[in-house]
Design a protein around this ligand. Sequence first.
Ligand SMILES: C[C@@]1(CC(=O)O)c2cc3[nH]c(cc4nc(cc5[nH]c(cc(n2)[C@H]1CCC(=O)O)[C@@](C)(CC(=O)O)[C@@H]5CCC(=O)O)C(CC(=O)O)=C4CCC(=O)O)c(CCC(=O)O)c3CC(=O)O
Ligand SMILES: NC(=O)C1=CN([C@@H]2O[C@H](COP(=O)(O)OP(=O)(O)OC[C@H]3O[C@@H](n4cnc5c(N)ncnc54)[C@H](O)[C@@H]3O)[C@@H](O)[C@H]2O)C=CC1
Length: 159
Amino acid sequence: MKADEKKYFPMFVDLTQKKVTVIGAGNIAKRRIETLLSFAGTIEVIAPDACERIKELAKEGRLVWKEKEYDREDLYDADLVLSATNNEKVNNDVYSACKCLGISVNTASNRMKCDFYFPSILQKEETVIGLNSAGNPAKTKNVRKEMQKWIEEAGEKHE
Ligand SMILES: C[C@@]1(CC(=O)O)c2cc3[nH]c(cc4nc(cc5[nH]c(cc(n2)[C@H]1CCC(=O)O)[C@@](C)(CC(=O)O)[C@@H]5CCC(=O)O)C(CC(=O)O)=C4CCC(=O)O)c(CCC(=O)O)c3CC(=O)O
Ligand SMILES: NC(=O)C1=CN([C@@H]2O[C@H](COP(=O)(O)OP(=O)(O)OC[C@H]3O[C@@H](n4cnc5c(N)ncnc54)[C@H](O)[C@@H]3O)[C@@H](O)[C@H]2O)C=CC1
């Protein structure tokens, strides 16, 4: 099957007892961590430098930031790995190591190196809507914005 003919199955996964290891602590890592905060048991971030928000979350004890460059050892106790550094070589190494270790991995810089795609998420009470467009993030972002409007409008109608 060609990559652009694939469809991704929306499996709703229990991460509450799992450890998610994020390599990199820039914009993309931050965006994804903000989403994961209410779902994942433990979040560990590996990066020599982190954006302000990630530093703040580390201070608040909501994640663990290891201020260092990535080593393969960082992956050993991970249940799920997100690789989001701005260094393609590092992202590729994280991907290869995870494949050897049997850990599910997402590589933000390369759609071909993902066991799963990171969803766009909408939440209302206990309902979670996860969106994916089989590798078309711009489309997903537009659909998310449209749906957000519908949900807000529907809420207003019921007030
Ligand atoms: C395949 C996928 C794999 C994965 O990473 O999971 C992937 C891959 C890549 N994205 C890239 C670029 C951008 N991605 C976004 C945004 C989002 N990307 C997300 C998911 C995914 N992105 C996965 C499948 C998505 C699907 O099919 O639905 C979202 C849903 C979730 C999230 O990131 O939180 C979030 C929208 C959230 C929302 O707004 O609701 C924006 C826009 C922006 O940032 O504002 C840009 C800028 C340009 C543009 O618009 O295209 C690049 C090139 C990187 C480079 O330049 O090197 C790659 C690499 C590649 O394609 O190989
Ligand atoms: N999938 C997606 O939605 C998108 C993916 N991207 C991809 O994500 C990558 C990251 O983007 P941003 O977060 O904006 O970059 P950024 O420059 O904000 O952050 C990069 C982070 O990687 C860390 N890093 C660099 N070398 C490292 C190493 N050896 N070990 C551990 N951490 C290391 C840095 O300390 C920094 O925290 C981009 O290179 C791009 O390819 C970009 C836009 C959207």
